[in-house]
Each structure stands twice: as structure tokens, then as C-alpha cells.
Design a binder for this molecule. Structure first.
Ligand code: ZN
Length: 153
């Protein structure tokens, strides 16, 4: 499968390969038995569905499961999110989501911030495709909502 598989032929090749790798081999898809957070989200504009589960010990994320179906951008973004959550606490995860949203909005990020993003920076090129930004942010917004709501209860 080359060209056109992601519908984003103009993306940087390295970035596209990261996105396609996560799309084809999504990480952390095994459902959790006792999730503390369990949230589903969908993007009706594209038909994307995301299911996020977290196990938390206090504020530390001790287990993560992310699954779903939909376009390459939404699914690879969710898989990147699941990798990001490895050994993060809830506060760090929320800061990370803010960074992702700033990247997608086209804010200029510092080198340090780009380093923090790591592979997730592969999603940056998606901002040139406005209809795809919702796809890219679907799982991040769902994670943010679930963590914020959890903190509020
Ligand atoms: Zn989509």
C-alpha cells in the first residue's frame, strides 16, 4: 500500500510513515478489565469512533486501552495518544493535550515543546487539512474531557 492510503499525500514522508504505522499496528488496544475511566467519542463528520479506557492509581495512569474505527488520522492519533499515556500522570496528560491542540491550531512551538511531543508531532501536517483536524483531535478531546470531569467529581 503506497500513496493515497491516508488520503494525505502531501504529508511529510517520515510523518506519514509514523501515522500509517500506528494506523496499521495500533498500540494498547487490549480492553481493560477494571477501568477507572471509560469514555467513547465519535466524529460524525467522518464516522470515526474512539473508545478510551484508563486505570488510575491516584493520579498516575497505570493502564490504558484505546480502540476504535475510522479513518487513518483518527485511529493513528488515538494510538499515539495511548503511547503518550505510558507512565504519565493525569496532570501531565492534560498538559500534553493542550500542547497537541496548540500544534493543530498552528501555534509556533518551541524546540522543547516539539521534543515533548515526540512522534505525536507527526500529526502536525494534518492542520493543513482543516476537515481532518477533528479526526486528529477526537481522542485527545475525549481524554481531556474524561480527566477534567473526573477531577471535578
Ligand atoms: Zn476521520
Amino acid at each position: 500500500m503506497t500513496g493515497g492510503t491516508s488520503g494525505l499525500d502531501d504529508l511529510d514522508e517520515l510523518y506519514e510513515s509514523i501515522i500509517l504505522d500506528h494506523y496499521r499496528n495500533p498500540r494498547h488496544t487490549e480492553p481493560l478489565e477494571h477501568p477507572d475511566v471509560d469514555v467513547e467519542a465519535n466524529n460524525p463528520f467522518c464516522g470515526d469512533e474512539i473508545h478510551i479506557q484508563l486505570e488510575l492509581d491516584g493520579d498516575t495512569v497505570t493502564g490504558v486501552s484505546v480502540s476504535g474505527r475510522g479513518c487513518a488520522i483518527s485511529q493513528s492519533s488515538a494510538s499515539l495518544l495511548s503511547e503518550m499515556l505510558e507512565d504519565k500522570n493525569a496532570a501531565d496528560a492534560l498538559e500534553f493535550v493542550t500542547l497537541v491542540r496548540r500544534m493543530m491550531r498552528g501555534d509556533t512551538l518551541t524546540e522543547e515543546e516539539k521534543d515533548i511531543l515526540g512522534d505525536v508531532a507527526a500529526l502536525e501536517g494534518v492542520k493543513r487539512f482543516p476537515v481532518r483536524i477533528k479526526c486528529a483531535l477526537l481522542s485527545w478531546t475525549a481524554l481531556e474531557d474524561s480527566l477534567v470531569n473526573r477531577a471535578g467529581t
